[in-house]
Design a protein around this ligand. Structure first.
Ligand code: SAM
Length: 323
């Protein structure tokens, strides 16, 4: 799953490891699957899913290991040559969750950085602020502010003065309209975008099992529910940025899960299979047996999983450049 849409949130129990912050609402349901089934709606917005901070925390090391480092050099070159070379970087992290992208990227870039953390969930914004990175690669100061709001309404004006837009595990939970809006805002403001860890709909489990494919297809269909793009998000983003004249590079960023990532693999499996069954209730009996077999192999250190993702670097022309 992207691990993005589907897992929604680990069961209670890992909360003690979380940074200090507000306590999850006591009526937060604990889903059988981590999946995308919202842990609870965002306050005041009953239709909006909430991502469990425990899940985001559990996946953070695998995310950090997976992101494509070879997109960083072209990004650094672009940032070094930005018009006017203002003193520090202003980085907008869209759908920041608990702030994992900033903790990964800020220490990989030189110079003072002002991060603007965007999310519609104020609970996650709190965690992102508490756990914000403090120092850049060269020791320069990193500071953060937060902006609660809907990425689907982003405008070029909101990105005025920005040096970079980032996102992680976001594109596949958006719709075509939301990705078009995001691309138009970045290109309109002439701001590069590093959009990491979008699922591409491919998962490899070793050893193989006859039901792998059917579960995977049902999971992908679940990710495409409603108008969500799921595994089509990377193509949609490339098309949206390309249409607006940006140059776009895509690199693989797979999760490589083995015995050392057993806790994450277990939650991922529950979410992956849970979403597949939600999509295809007729699978329930076979999927139940499948999940038990897979969890046992995971506990025994005998299961390896590759969850394929892609990272996208989009470089629009800086504003003011005409050709
Ligand atoms: C899968 S989580 C990823 C969080 C974080 N980037 C990470 O990698 O850990 C997706 C995040 O995007 C936020 N989100 C999804 N759609 C959004 C929208 N339309 N506007 C604002 N935030 C959104 C969710 O609240 C959630 O925090």
């Amino acid at each position: 799953m992207s691990a993005n849409t589907t897992p929604t949130g680990p069961r209670a129990g890992t909360a003690a490891e979380l940074p200090q912050g507000p306590v999850a609402p006591s009526d937060t349901p604990v889903p059988a699957a981590l999946s995308a089934i919202p842990a609870a709606p965002v306050t005041g917005e009953p239709e909006v899913p909430r991502y469990a901070p425990q899940w985001l925390q559990l996946r953070e090391p695998a995310d950090a290991a997976a992101r494509a480092h070879d997109l960083l050099d072209p990004l650094r070159i672009r940032l070094a040559n930005r018009p006017g070379r203002p003193t520090g970087l202003v980085v907008h992290d869209l759908g920041c969750g608990t702030g994992s992208m900033g903790r990964w990227l800020a220490p990989l870039l030189d110079g003072a950085q002002q991060w603007v953390l965007h999310d519609r969930d104020p609970y996650l914004l709190h965690f992102a602020t508490v756990g914000a990175p403090r120092a850049a690669a060269d020791g320069s100061r990193v500071s953060v502010t937060t902006q609660r709001g809907d990425i689907g309404r982003l405008t070029p004006d909101a990105l005025a003065g920005a040096s970079l837009v980032t996102a992680s595990a976001l594109l596949d939970v958006l719709t075509t309209d939301e990705i078009d809006t995001l691309a138009a805002a970045c290109v309109g403001a002439g701001v590069p975008a590093l959009l990491t860890l979008s699922v591409v709909g491919r998962v490899e489990l070793t050893p193989a099992h006859p039901l792998d494919r059917e579960i995977g297809e049902a999971f992908n269909a679940h990710q495409r529910r409603g108008e969500l793009l799921g595994p089509d998000a990377v193509d949609a983003a490339c098309e949206a940025f390309g249409r607006l004249g940006a140059s776009v590079r895509v690199r693989p960023s797979p999760w490589q899960l083995g015995p050392r990532q057993a806790a994450l693999t277990e939650e991922w499996l529950r979410g992956w299979v849970g979403a597949a069954v939600e999509q295809r209730p007729d699978l329930v009996a076979r999927a139940d047996t499948y999940l038990r077999v897979r969890l046992a192999a995971c506990a025994a250190g005998e299961l390896r999983v590759v969850v394929h993702h892609s990272d996208v670097l989009a470089l629009p022309r800086p504003t003011g450049e005409t050709s």
